[in-house]
Design a protein around this ligand. Structure first.
Ligand SMILES: [Zn+2]
Length: 261
């Protein structure tokens, strides 16, 4: 009888604990859907380290964690080399690159909550999903470089453009936790307007900068051929990006020729 009572009390006490644990795990999965695979990759990194991985870490002065598939690492190496040859300043601050395999990204627990092909974190690490392209890589590296720029430079960038969030169909929080992409209310479009490269950029200055830098690596004219080249706002952003070494003179010239500035 005594045992029975003790057991029942213990059970009453542990239920709130179990529920809290489940709620915390659910919150973690929703806010950071690749957290557990990344931890696994980090724990097993030394066991799966290959020659090409060591070469990549040495040549780009960064730490590689993730998919041990040689082809995937070679592809990343080739993309990093293009960026290093174009603009080494973009690689200055990245401390860790985490590449998630197709198996990880297609796992239903990850897939259900994930909407990114890349993520940049304040600890100077970037996460890439197997289907990323050079544009995504440059985008995430631009975030890292921007995290490391001076406060004065950030203030300068943040004051370049007029706030146009009222022209958008939803707020940043609604975008972040909803399923819909925002659009420009004026014409239901998603692309460049008022100096912003797209609607996500209009919701968040950091994203605007990163999308500009990513698009500088496009081997086609969009979005530059879609911007209103009579609006001086775009040139203000491009001049800032060139001055702060987010893009190179060669890229600046290419963009200006696509936009017919
Ligand atoms: Zn971004």
């Amino acid at each position: 009888m005594v045992n029975c009572l003790f057991k029942s009390r213990k059970s009453i006490l542990t239920w709130p604990l179990r529920l809290t644990t489940i709620a915390l795990l659910a919150f973690l999965q929703i806010s950071d859907p690749t957290y557990f695979p990344r931890i696994y990759y980090r724990l097993t990194d030394k066991l799966s380290e290959t020659k090409i991985e060591k070469q990549l870490e040495k040549d780009f002065k960064t730490n590689y964690v993730g998919d041990s598939d040689e082809t995937a690492i070679k592809n990343l190496y080739a993309k990093l080399l293009i960026i290093q040859n174009e603009n080494p300043a973009l690689l200055e601050h990245v401390k860790r690159i985490e590449l998630l395999s197709r198996t990880v990204c297609d796992n239903s627990f990850v897939k259900a909550f994930n909407r990114n092909v890349g993520v940049a974190r304040l600890n100077n690490s970037i996460e890439l999903h197997y289907d990323y392209d050079i544009n995504t890589l440059a985008h995430e590296l631009a975030h890292i470089k921007y995290f490391n720029t001076s406060k004065k430079s950030k203030e300068k960038f943040n004051s370049l453009l007029e706030d146009k969030t009222n022209e958008l169909s939803c707020t940043w929080l609604q975008y972040k936790f909803g399923k819909e992409l925002p659009f420009w209310k004026e014409d239901n479009s998603f692309g460049p307007k008022y100096g912003y490269i797209n609607v996500i950029g209009a919701l968040d200055d950091d994203e605007n900068l990163a999308y500009y830098v990513g698009a500088a690596y496009n081997d086609y004219a969009y979005p530059w051929n879609a911007i209103d080249n009579t609006d001086p706002a775009y040139k203000k952003v491009l001049n800032y990006l060139l001055e702060e070494q987010f893009i190179t003179q060669k890229q600046y010239n290419k963009i200006c020729s696509y936009a017919e500035f």
